[in-house]
Write a protein that binds this ligand. Sequence first.
Ligand SMILES: Cc1cc2nc3c(=O)[nH]c(=O)nc-3n(C[C@H](O)[C@H](O)[C@H](O)COP(=O)(O)OP(=O)(O)OC[C@H]3O[C@@H](n4cnc5c(N)ncnc54)[C@H](O)[C@@H]3O)c2cc1C
Length: 417
Amino acid sequence: MQTDVIIIGAGAAGLAAAKELSKQGISHIVLEASHRIGGRAYSEELAPDVWFDLGCAYMLKGDDSFNKLDESNPFLEIAKEQGEAVELNDYDEHYFYNGKELDYTQSKAREDFFESCVEAIKRAAENGEDCALSDVVDLESPYAIAYNDVMSVTAPKDLDEISVADAFHGVEGYSEYITPNGYGNVVARWGSDIEVSLNSKVETIDWSGKEVIVETAKGTIRGKCVISTVSNGILAAQHIDFKPRLPDWKLDAIQGITMGAENKIGVHFKKKVFDDGVSGLYQSWSDDDQGAYMEVNLLNSNVASVFMGGRFSQWMEKQGQEACHDYAVERIAEMFGNDIKKSVGRTIVTAWHTDPWTLGSYAAALPGQFYQREPLKRPVGDKIFFAGEATARAHGTCNGAYWTGIRAASEVVEVLK
Ligand SMILES: Cc1cc2nc3c(=O)[nH]c(=O)nc-3n(C[C@H](O)[C@H](O)[C@H](O)COP(=O)(O)OP(=O)(O)OC[C@H]3O[C@@H](n4cnc5c(N)ncnc54)[C@H](O)[C@@H]3O)c2cc1C
């Protein structure tokens, strides 16, 4: 089979690239290893009419917190057109330390500590230090564990594995909007007009000659160039065999921006268990225990989503689905009482770190490696172009991934002119 552009991966980046190339009238084929489109944008029905997002859930948009650059979210408009964007108005935050909810003074101290971390990151990054977050925040603070728990879920790595420059340049999202029936479903509906060859795992990319020859589980495809949108986990594990191998500068970049681990456990309850008005974030931690971080009853869903991040999340993933389920139910019971256990219905446990199509949740630069973001997105030999969330300015987001697909498609158009 022959085409101009071979797009690898049908997540937000690959689908956006395909749409852009269609607009420009350039022939292309989208190859997707799995049985579905959407990639890390993926919703499953947790209970009848209750949808749970295993990957992206919050429609992030907004300022890059320090550089004040705007990163719009096209999926917000798309979701609105689909009648699927709901403003998140009722959202409380509750924090518990050593078993007790923080009082006003402690809440203020917690906020001040989090603010001091932001300032410390800013100072270090502005001084050109690309050290680890653990080098600049006060780890002795009673709020340091809570900070690590938040960062490990959102970064998604522990403080010693997060580059301050990467954190500094990240786009600070705010999630005023969510989708009642799943962000993954919004992306899948939006992408449904694109022809995708499913179950077509790319095994080899031979770019040694004039054209590019791609071997897949379903046969050979020839094209002028390739847009790779696979995760950095897949690239780092060399699940795709490049012939000749990628240049050292590209391999170094891939090794510098590694995958973190965020997982979620969605727990649905068979009967109404949350009092009216209970909706939002619940976080607890103690001096001697792993903290818990969960979102409860958003849009009166009767669901608690328990988050795990960083090394703890990787370790829990290894313990298996049942252990993750038990962990989540215990944490929920600690907050809402043991009786709640009787009403536990279906649960969904994610396992992104070992997911064969991603090998991680999303990527973040290791300390000292932020500069690798630039070579990571640079094309190789005008034949292999790179998109996907790790190459986005709003890295680790679905909207960021979308813009990388548009960017890579535009680079290809320039080369093919
Ligand atoms: C737990 C979690 C929570 C998140 N929360 C949010 C959030 O709230 N808001 C937000 O904006 N973002 C969030 N994200 C991030 C967001 O989901 C991703 O950044 C985005 O979906 C990535 O899109 P992508 O196109 O870059 O990659 P992917 O969606 O991973 O697409 C790449 C595709 O390539 C395919 N592939 C892999 N190997 C091969 C191969 N050899 N051959 C062919 N195809 C292959 C994969 O199957 C996949 O479909 C979250 C992610 C996770 C995991």
